[in-house]
Design a protein around this ligand. Structure first.
Ligand SMILES: Cc1cc2nc3c(=O)[nH]c(=O)nc-3n(C[C@H](O)[C@H](O)[C@H](O)COP(=O)(O)OP(=O)(O)OC[C@H]3O[C@@H](n4cnc5c(N)ncnc54)[C@H](O)[C@@H]3O)c2cc1C
Length: 556
């Protein structure tokens, strides 16, 4: 690693091959691929490296149910965003509020506390515009790559991080050249009930693929089937995120420097407008830091990556890097998540985690009158307060003796299914920056506005009905359900804000994540997704990261 000096300062500035901003699902993988190919990497992470004890087991303050706080960052104070509701009024929101659209901010990013569902997107998810046409007002588009292009990288993510599943049960829809390295989680009573229901309806099912060690794998223990998976850290470290797989590999090379509590404020350019490095703040240091690199990779997650590019303003790029055509921050998408519940006549809860075991992908495409569709699965085990918060029938009082009796009698009898619905993106679902509101470092914060396209709500309604149908066929006597209306979609499945494409007027990067007109600036994370599939997104983020990482390694 070389050193030189910042102009006008005596402070040495480090030179790297690559600076990666963000150590989440994608950033961790790019760091690993580059470091293992001999490149010197600075990996900047705004959050902390959280231990199991740091994440804790607080049922009211976690990344799944954040009523009073959360457990994987960012800190509640000093990190606001601005949320503009569909009526146009805006307010400042804090990280544990729903409208903040938080994922996580720590080493591993969302993967530190995620549920680890490891779905590949369906081949048709990469050609949505061709298959369905473009609904008026939407920015639905095809990806510049196909499923076949990404397939080897899906496989790489499954094998290098460690995924459990059964490829044979899904190959007819999403072809796998190779099976998962680990067997699926064992079925529970809810699995058997739902399997029977699906059989009666003539629907196919599959075990839910999970980045969880169902057997010891790569030197780490197997899952002990505890009740606290999604929203928490794993007590045996059997849940595979970037923090316990690819980041340790990157660090083991000696080529990767991980700087935690370090927030990138801007991507810097030289006097010619070429990207030269990153300016950042480190929690314990008063002074602003700078580092230079041949390549900068922005992997801050879909909201923060857009914010960083928009905050990287210079006379060469007055509206932010890569934003010549006002595309950075547009098409923010995630998933609407319809859910259905049913009272089973038998006990369908045995307390064996993670709880999510069976899914149907029958309705991801080819539903008459619907654009796209989604996947439905049973759910992770809910702590009782989460069950109370989320799962009660609408005709039950929210408090008092009837409520208590319902909880006592039915916590083990409620069958759940839920799942992500393919978002039909809108250019108005958007991240911009609010110059008038700053975080504790003085950096303008993200402003979130707009909604998803109404066609998404139609698909979600269709999937809600399928959820109810499945539960009735599975022996439930009383069924109820919920799904949000037209809202801004994003949250923990946030994606799409720096979409890849061939035309710089309608996309931000090329198919490798290289920002149009900036040879050495890449975005690699959920921001790249042109569409977000009718599946949880992380395995696609990981596959793209392996692919872009290999490409970047060849460029430097
Ligand atoms: C509770 C929970 C459950 C989930 N369950 C699933 C699931 O089962 N399956 C699934 O597919 N997905 C799941 N997700 C979503 C999944 O975690 C995300 O899709 C994924 O982590 C996104 O990857 P990313 O690389 O885009 O960003 P992230 O993983 O969010 O990583 C971005 C990182 O960049 C850092 N960062 C941001 N800005 C800066 C900056 N300026 N300077 C320095 N660092 C910065 C952040 O702190 C963060 O660590 C879940 C998420 C949560 C929180």
């Amino acid at each position: 690693m070389d050193h030189d000096r910042v102009r006008g300062s005596s402070k040495p500035v480090k030179n790297y091959d690559a600076i990666i901003v963000g150590s989440g699902a994608a950033g961790g993988i790019v760091a690993c691929v580059l470091a293992e190919s001999g490149k010197h990497v600075l990996l900047l992470e705004r959050g902390r490296d959280l231990s199991f004890a740091d994440v804790g087991r607080d049922h009211l303050r976690n990344q799944r149910l954040a009523v009073y706080g959360h457990n994987a960052g960012p800190e509640l104070n000093g990190n606001p965003r601005v949320f503009v509701n569909p009526e146009g009024t805006s307010r400042i929101v804090r990280p544990h509020e729903l409208d903040y659209h938080n994922n996580a901010a720590c080493v591993g990013g969302g993967t530190r506390v995620y549920g680890a569902q490891a779905w590949r997107f369906h081949p048709d998810d990469f050609r949505m515009a061709t298959k369905y046409g473009v609904p008026r007002g939407s920015s639905l588009a095809d990806w510049p790559i196909t499923y076949e292009t990404l397939e080897p990288y899906y496989e790489r993510a499954e094998w290098e991080l460690g995924a459990a599943g059964d490829a044979r049960s899904i190959n007819h829809q999403v072809p796998h050249r190779r099976d998962y390295p680990l067997p699926p989680v064992p079925p529970g009573p809810q699995t058997l009930a739902l399997q029977q229901g699906a059989r009666g309806l003539g629907w196919t099912t599959t075990p839910v693929p999970l980045l969880i060690n169902t057997e010891p794998y790569q030197g780490r223990a197997a899952c002990i089937a505890c009740k606290y998976c999604v929203g928490f850290a794993c007590p045996t470290d059997a849940k595979n995120g970037s923090q316990n797989t690819v980041i340790p590999r990157a660090l083991a090379t000696g080529n990767c420097e991980l700087q935690t509590n370090a927030i990138a404020a801007s991507v810097d350019v030289d006097s010619q407008g070429n990207v030269s490095g990153v300016t950042y703040f480190v929690e314990r240091l008063a002074e602003r830091q700078s580092a230079r690199a041949k390549v900068v990779v922005v992997s801050g997650g879909a909201i923060e990556s857009a914010r960083l590019l928009l905050n990287s303003r210079s006379r060469h790029s007055p509206s932010g890097l890569g934003n010549e055509h006002a595309q950075v921050g547009r098409n923010l998408q995630g998933h609407l998540y319809p859910r259905a519940y049913g009272l089973s006549t038998t006990k369908v809860f045995d307390g064996v985690g993670p709880g999510v075991t069976i899914a149907t992908t029958q309705f991801n495409h080819d539903n008459a009158g619907i654009i796209g569709g989604g996947m439905l699965a049973d759910d992770f085990i809910k702590p009782p307060i989460d069950f109370w918060y989320d799962s009660l029938p609408p005709d039950l009082p929210r408090w008092g003796i009837r409520n208590k009796e319902f909880m006592r009698d039915n916590y083990t009898r409620v069958l759940h299914v839920r799942g992500p619905v393919q978002d039909i993106p809108s250019p108005d679902g958007r991240v911009t920056v609010a110059d008038e509101v700053r975080d504790k470092w003085g950096i303008p914060v993200a402003r979130l506005s707009g909604t998803t396209h109404p066609a998404t709500v139609e698909a979600a309604e269709f999937m809600r009905e399928r959820g109810e149908e499945w539960l009735r066929a599975s022996g439930c006597e009383k069924v109820w359900s919920a799904q949000p209306g037209l809202i801004l979609s994003g949250r923990q499945h946030q994606a799409g804000t720096c979409r890849m494409g061939r035309d710089p007027k309608t996309s931000v990067t090329d198919e490798w994540g290289r920002v149009h007109n900036h040879d050495n600036l890449f975005v690699v994370d959920g921001s790249l997704h042109v569409t977000n599939g009718g599946f949880n997104p992380v395995l696609t983020i990981m596959a793209l990261a392996f692919r872009s990482g290999e490409y970047i390694a060849r460029q430097i």
